[in-house]
Write a new protein. Sequence first.
Length: 335
Amino acid sequence: MKELIAASLKYQGGKVQVLDQYLLPHQEVWHTCQDVASMQSLINNLQVRGAPLIGLAATLLVAYLAEQGAEKSQLCEAIDALEATRPTAVNLKHCMDCLRQALQQNQYAGAIVQSAERLFDEDVALCQRIGEHGVELVEAGDNILTHCNTGALATAGIGTALGVIYTASKQLANIHVWVDETRPLLQGGRLTAYELARWQIPYTLLCDSMAASLMAAGKVDKIFVGADRIAANGDFANKVGTYNLAVLAKFHNIPFYVVAPKTTFDANCAQGSEIEIEQRSATEVTGVSGSFGECQWAPENASVFNPAFDVTPASLVTAWVFDSGVYYRPEFRAI
Ligand code: MRU
């Protein structure tokens, strides 16, 4: 396989390597991943995370195993096991389906490697095009609010919603970003803040619950968020807390944009209620762990509700930004 290099994933020197996103921003640790169990664990623990990235990381691992001479049945098992790691982001399923097709060919190892290279390069190009379309929605001086992390760390390219912000900041003066910290795993406070600082884009971090008063004070011009799965009717799943923002945006009359590559669109899913929402461990809510320390504040055995994502209805979306363009209702159905 050729060399493939992204911000948090690379294939280099014959090895699949991932940047540990659970340890960021205080520790930059790269892991080499050589087997399915390790990749499953990296994805389950959110060391590898973000809808496009989990699909691509799983893909590179399967391509690596194919290059190492794994048999067809082993590759088939690997694809199934990796697809089962996280249920909500459709990008992972999309990648695994592409590999299943490649596996049908006589020269399946070569076909898998080719698919992996194509999926990786395609994601870079999709992010680029998303940025070019999304920038049309941004004006100089905008204060943009975003949630979770949708940047280069979460994709092979410049990112999706954060990619739009990155593109805008290159072309327009005085772009400022309000960054939701994104409880419980703090992808905003840890990862989006880290990326914006590296890109030298001015930002301000806030607790998720502060967004309402910020909007009421007229300090948010636009909201850009990513997606893990967009249903055929435009409903979409994204990091828990996104739905709150959409409701608040409607109330305060603030444009609310969803940004994603075509690989996040699921034509087989009619509406948001059909999207499976991943439920995660109680310990993520009862305390914290990671490079920011280890601590439990809730009482032992506290009862916890911890869905990783929520579903925002299409009726709350101002427009969907895809690699193919910006779609307002009712044109959305044309995708
Ligand atoms: O649980 P995570 O950190 O993988 O959730 C990520 C998100 O919800 C992102 O907004 C989404 O995957 C889009 S990333 C370009």
